[in-house]
Design a protein around this ligand. Structure first.
Ligand code: SAM
Length: 287
């Protein structure tokens, strides 16, 4: 109910409200504990779902320097942190999340990853200057108050030569038709997003460069992320596949109907190439 109320009037921490409401057994999560859309090799089958979620995280983590101090910003339920630890072998891993409830819910996984939980905002990282060798952020930057502020914080917190590796969602053009406008606005409100989250891939790259980050590489990959995730979720809602948590059709009918409507909206935004999915890598220049 609180989440629904915030669709009308947003509070001071809309992202936390969204993720508290989603909880740890979200019936549309691709695999238990994971809240990303996956990086898929196949078309979006149930068999590949967990592997795709892991592949996205390990692809991003493999860009980090090994053996250093690593920040995971927006770490969700912590499911990704043991994998980040396995791939990047950090000497210290710090998980920063604005949703304190998720840090508590994920404490077992954080312990497994030897990660220190820190409640904080990506746009004002509670971390000292020049102390991190790598920053990873999986599918969270579109939530941040300002990407400009986030990239500025990454520049400040990374040591010279440190690496930033994130995935993000871009908005490639403004919605034009009534269906596009309604879909875009509903998604913004539902996910507690500000209009300033709507940036093209080029604008996001320019914001990283303007913050002082160098070698900014942006790889659009919506075909391997949004497309397959939508196909699997639609199949689940149609009851055509046996999904985790008893399957989507085990959810209350009202939630299923809302999910179908929202999925149609995301599908429209994706098919018309209004949104895309990006892998982004950048470094803080040395010297
Ligand atoms: C889509 S979820 C992704 C979670 C996780 N990375 C995954 O892939 O499973 C977005 C995450 O970003 C976090 N988040 C949103 N805004 C944030 C902010 N300003 N600072 C830190 N974390 C934030 C949310 O609490 C949530 O954990």
């Amino acid at each position: 109910m609180r989440h629904a109320a915030e669709v009308v009037k947003q509070g001071w921490n809309p992202a936390a409200r969204v993720y508290e409401s989603i909880g740890s057994d979200f019936f549309l999560a691709l695999a238990p504990g994971w809240l990303n859309l996956g990086l898929w090799d196949g078309p979006g089958s149930e068999d590949e779902a967990e592997e795709a979620c892991k592949r996205l995280v390990s692809t991003l983590a493999s860009a980090l320097p090994r053996g250093g101090v690593v920040l995971d910003v927006g770490n969700g339920l912590g499911t990704q942190d043991p994998l980040v630890a396995e791939v990047a072998c950090p000497r210290r891993l710090v998980a920063v999340n604005i949703t304190e409830w998720q840090l508590t819910a994920g404490r077992g996984r954080l312990r497994e990853a030897a990660a220190a939980p820190v409640a904080g905002d990506a746009a004002r990282l509670p971390i000292a200057d020049g102390t991190a060798d790598g920053i990873i952020s999986v599918e969270a930057a579109f939530h941040f108050r300002s990407r400009k502020a986030f990239f500025g914080e990454c520049y400040r917190v990374l040591r010279p030569g440190g690496v930033l590796s994130i995935s993000d969602i871009s908005v490639q053009r403004w919605p034009v038709t009534p269906a596009e406008v309604v879909s875009a606005l509903t998604q913004l409100r539902l996910f507690g997003l500000r209009r300033s989250m709507a940036m093209t891939a080029g604008q996001i790259a320019a914001a990283a460069a303007a913050a002082g980050l160098a070698d900014v590489e942006v790889t659009p990959c919506g075909e391997r992320v949004i497309g397959p995730a939508l196909r699997l979720t639609s199949a689940r809602l149609a009851g055509a596949t046996a999904a985790p948590f008893g399957g989507a059709t085990a959810a209350p009918p009202g939630q299923q109907a809302a999910a179908r409507l929202l999925l149609r909206q995301v599908d429209l935004l994706w098919r018309r190439r209004i949104v895309d999915y990006l892998l982004i890598r950048a470094t803080r220049p040395s010297g």
